[in-house]
Design a binder for this molecule. Structure first.
Ligand SMILES: [Zn+2]
Length: 326
C-alpha cells in the first residue's frame, strides 16, 4: 500500500521480501510513478528474481524486519517473475505466532482482556494463498457451527464463564507472580479458594448494567453516572478470597456470578442476611472454603502508589482443574 511520508509529501511503498529460508529484507519504492509501475508487476506471495536494487543500511527505528539493510527498488531494478511450475524454489516461509504464545511478544503494562491495534506500518492480507491460511480455512469450515454460535450468542461478553481454560504450561506458581508482574498482568493459577476475612461486606449495591457501585436503594430506578443507562440497582457479590497453592498465597477479589457460585449463596440473600451492625453467623449460610483445586485466572491491577508498585488482583474466571488421564 502506498503511504505518504510524515516529513515530506513524498509517496512511498514499503515491501517485505522473503526467501525460502525465511530470510527477510524490507524494500522501498519512492514516488507515485514508480509505485504504479511496480504495483502492477509485483504480487504478494509470488516469487521473483530481483537484480540491480540499491542496498543501504537502515536505521533501527525504521526496521520492520530483522535485517540491517533496506533495498531501494527503482526503474533500473530488474524484476522477473518465477512461474509456479518452477519447483526448484520453494515458497517463501512466514514466521507466524500462535495465539497461545502471543503474550511473549507483547510490550504491555496493563492488559484488559486482549485487544489488537494496528499502526501505520501494519498491513493486512486477506485470504493469502499460503499453506497456513489453507489450514486455518479448513479449521474454520469444520468449526463453522460453533463459531457462528459464539458470534450470535455473544458468549465473549460474559467472559468469566466462557474464557478458554489454559493449557497447563501456562499455569503460574503463586510464588513467581511477584517477579513476573512488571511484564505481565494476567495469570492462570491452580489453587484452593478460601475466605479468611469474615469481617468484610460480601456485597455492594451496583448498577445492573455496568456493575459500578451506586448509592441508590435496591430495585430503585436511576440514571447511572458511569454507563449513562437508565437502570435499576441490584446487590452484587464482591468477596475477598485467599488463593493457596503449594508455593504461596494470594489475596484476590471474586465478583458476581462466580462469587455466588463459590459461596453457594445469592447476592440478594447476602444483602438480606447482612445488616449494618455486622454479619450474623455468616458461616451458617455461605461456603467459606473448597477442598479441591481450581484453575483460576487472575488479573493484576496496578494501584496508584508513590513508592514501589502495588497491585490488587481480580479473579476473571474459575474452571475445574483438568481431569487426570486414567
Ligand atoms: Zn452503570
Amino acid at each position: 500500500m502506498a503511504r505518504t511520508s510524515m516529513q515530506s509529501p513524498t509517496k512511498y511503498m514499503r515491501l517485505i521480501l522473503a526467501d525460502s529460508q525465511g530470510n527477510k529484507v524490507q524494500a522501498v519504492i519512492f514516488n507515485q510513478r514508480e509505485i504504479d509501475m511496480f504495483d502492477h508487476l509485483l504480487h504478494i506471495t509470488r516469487t521473483y528474481y530481483i537484480h540491480n536494487e540499491i542496498v543501504k543500511p537502515i536505521k533501527p527505528e525504521h526496521r520492520i524486519v530483522d535485517n540491517v539493510y533496506q533495498w531501494t527498488i527503482n526503474p533500473t531494478t530488474l524484476i522477473e517473475e518465477i512461474s509456479n511450475d518452477d519447483s526448484s524454489l520453494p515458497a517463501p516461509s512466514f514466521s507466524f505466532i500462535p495465539f497461545a504464545e502471543f503474550h511473549k511478544h507483547m510490550d504491555y503494562s496493563r492488559l484488559v482482556g486482549l485487544s489488537l491495534s494496528t499502526r501505520s506500518s501494519s498491513s493486512f492480507i486477506i485470504d493469502p494463498h499460503i499453506p497456513e491460511a489453507t489450514t486455518l480455512q479448513t479449521w474454520a469450515t469444520e468449526k463453522e457451527k460453533q463459531l457462528n454460535e459464539i458470534i450470535t450468542e455473544k458468549h465473549y461478553l460474559t467472559a468469566s464463564s466462557s474464557s478458554l481454560a489454559p493449557i497447563i504450561e501456562n499455569i503460574t506458581e503463586i510464588a513467581l507472580i511477584a517477579t513476573l508482574l512488571p511484564m505481565r498482568s494476567n495469570f492462570w493459577i491452580n489453587a484452593k479458594i478460601g475466605i479468611t476475612k469474615l469481617d468484610q461486606h460480601f456485597w455492594y449495591m451496583a448498577c445492573n448494567k455496568c456493575h459500578k457501585a451506586t448509592g441508590v436503594d435496591y430495585n430503585e430506578e436511576f440514571s447511572c453516572l458511569y454507563c449513562k443507562e437508565k437502570t435499576v440497582a441490584n446487590p452484587r457479590c464482591r468477596v475477598e478470597v485467599k488463593l493457596d497453592d503449594a508455593t504461596g498465597h494470594l489475596m484476590a477479589t471474586l465478583f458476581g456470578d462466580e462469587a455466588e457460585k463459590f459461596l453457594s449463596c445469592s447476592a440478594i440473600k447476602l444483602m438480606k442476611e447482612i445488616t449494618e451492625d455486622g454479619i450474623k453467623n455468616i458461616k451458617s449460610f455461605v461456603k467459606l472454603s473448597s477442598d479441591k483445586n481450581f484453575l483460576i485466572q487472575v488479573r493484576a491491577i496496578k494501584l496508584d502508589s508513590p513508592t514501589e508498585p502495588r497491585y490488587k488482583f481480580n479473579i476473571v474466571a474459575i474452571h475445574d482443574p483438568p481431569q487426570e488421564n486414567p
